[in-house]
Design a protein around this ligand. Structure first.
Ligand SMILES: [Zn+2]
Length: 405
């Protein structure tokens, strides 16, 4: 799947001229990074780019604004983390215990994922999204119709990151739309799941984030992965229920369960911290002596290299970023698995709940959001609804790959 060269060039031209004429604070803070990324993607894909070095007249001030915003963002994550510490500790303890007891293995038999023709690949994703009504279906269809999706694209080259991203949604609020990039080129169930996930971000953005017109971005919201992960999980259940790829969908669910296990271990450890520091500017910090042990913990569990500066110091910010990732994926994934079980053939009720949660996620406490799902806090923490589902999902793979002699 390839992005349309003319559309991307035109979109960037519009955004750049707006930047050159009247950049708002909102644009500098939220759109500037996407603009740089999309311009680099344009260069990589089509061998051309816009010269945007001097696009913002007071570049120095803009940079300061952006750095300050990044700090605020990470600070918000830490605040949310510490404010929900008890709950995070309860949920992660419950998840880790269940996972260890059941001895859920990794079944990475990716060669057994189903492959699709291009037409089937698109049709299956569209037919899944059509179960959520016209509004959502039309947003998703637009990304295919307008060729806003690029597969087989190496994101890591451009992102300067250690993460093994499989997909990315890059949007420009000024344009009220965006583009999706995925690493994989094979049209298999893994790639379809990635696309459904990124399209979930697109639906979230076009339905809720853009119309709100507030200084709001995906990046300062610790619940930002809930819609995308919910749609993704729902998709695997859909593939299973409709016998499209029973083994493949369970392999993908198993990857997610395993990833959450790693993230929850990080959160569980970090939640045991006794104190936090509030500095003179009102920012929350992790005590310096704890930073090092969290870093070690994170690199051990997640098998990632923590970024170091030229003198070999591990950067504090990297630790906070890893905590942020754990928070949005583990807590988000746990929440999403609950929500995805409400997806059915008639999604009116599910959409009502999802809508309530998304629109109030900035103001409501985490407990209040759980309440909105109709699940009691006790059942939620104990995993009463989702652990049995994890068992049956795992059993499909056990039966296939661990045949008894
Ligand atoms: Zn995501």
């Amino acid at each position: 799947m390839n992005i349309d060269e003319d559309r991307m060039t035109y979109d960037l031209m519009c955004a750049i001229s707006e930047f050159a004429c009247r950049p708002t604070k909102n644009m500098i803070v939220n759109d500037y990074a996407s603009l740089i990324f999309l311009n680099q993607a344009l260069a990589k894909l089509f061998n051309k780019y816009f010269v945007i070095d001097n696009i913002i007249k007071d570049y120095h001030r803009a940079q300061k604004m952006k750095i300050r915003d990044n700090q605020n963002t990470l600070n918000n994550y830490l605040k949310n983390f510490f404010n929900n510490r008890k709950l995070i500790n309860d949920i992660s303890t419950s998840y880790i215990k269940n996972f260890d007891q059941k001895q859920i293995q990794k079944y990475q038999y990716f060669k057994n994922l189903r492959h699709y023709s291009k037409q089937d690949f698109i049709d299956i994703i569209l037919s899944y999204y059509s179960t959520f009504g016209n509004n959502i279906y039309n947003i998703v269809k637009k990304y295919f119709d307008e060729n806003r999706i690029q597969t087989g694209f190496s994101i890591n080259d451009l992102e300067n990151s250690n993460d093994d991203y499989s997909g990315l949604y890059s949007f420009i609020i000024f344009l009220q739309t965006g583009y999706i990039f995925g690493e994989l080129s094979e049209l298999n169930t893994m790639n379809a799941g990635m696309l459904v996930h990124e399209l979930g971000h697109a639906v979230d953005s076009e339905t809720f984030i853009f119309p709100q017109q507030k200084n709001i971005s995906l990046f300062d919201d610790y619940l930002s992965e809930i819609p995308s992960l919910t749609f993704e999980f729902g998709f695997y259940d859909y593939l299973e229920k409709n016998h499209i790829d029973i083994i493949g969908s369970n392999i993908m669910k198993n990857i997610n369960y395993n990833n959450y296990y790693s993230w929850f271990k990080v959160l569980n450890y970090a939640a045991s911290l006794k104190e936090m520091i509030v500095n003179t500017e009102g920012d929350i910090e992790i005590p310096p002596e704890e930073i090092d042990s969290i870093n070690k913990m994170i690199s051990g569990i997640l098998d990632v290299t923590i970024y170091e500066d030229s003198e070999g110091n591990v950067l504090d910010q990297e630790c906070v970023i890893r905590l942020r990732d754990s928070l949005i994926y583990a807590l988000g994934g746990f929440f999403a698995r609950h929500l995805s079980l409400m997806i059915s053939d008639d999604n009116k009720e599910f959409l009502k709940i999802l809508n309530n949660i998304i629109t109030s996620r900035k103001e409501a406490t985490f407990e209040e959001l759980i309440e909105m799902t109709g699940i009691s806090l006790e059942d939620y923490i104990s995993g009463k609804l989702i652990y049995p589902k994890m068992d049956t999902d795992t059993l499909v793979l056990k039966n296939r790959y661990e045949k008894k002699i």
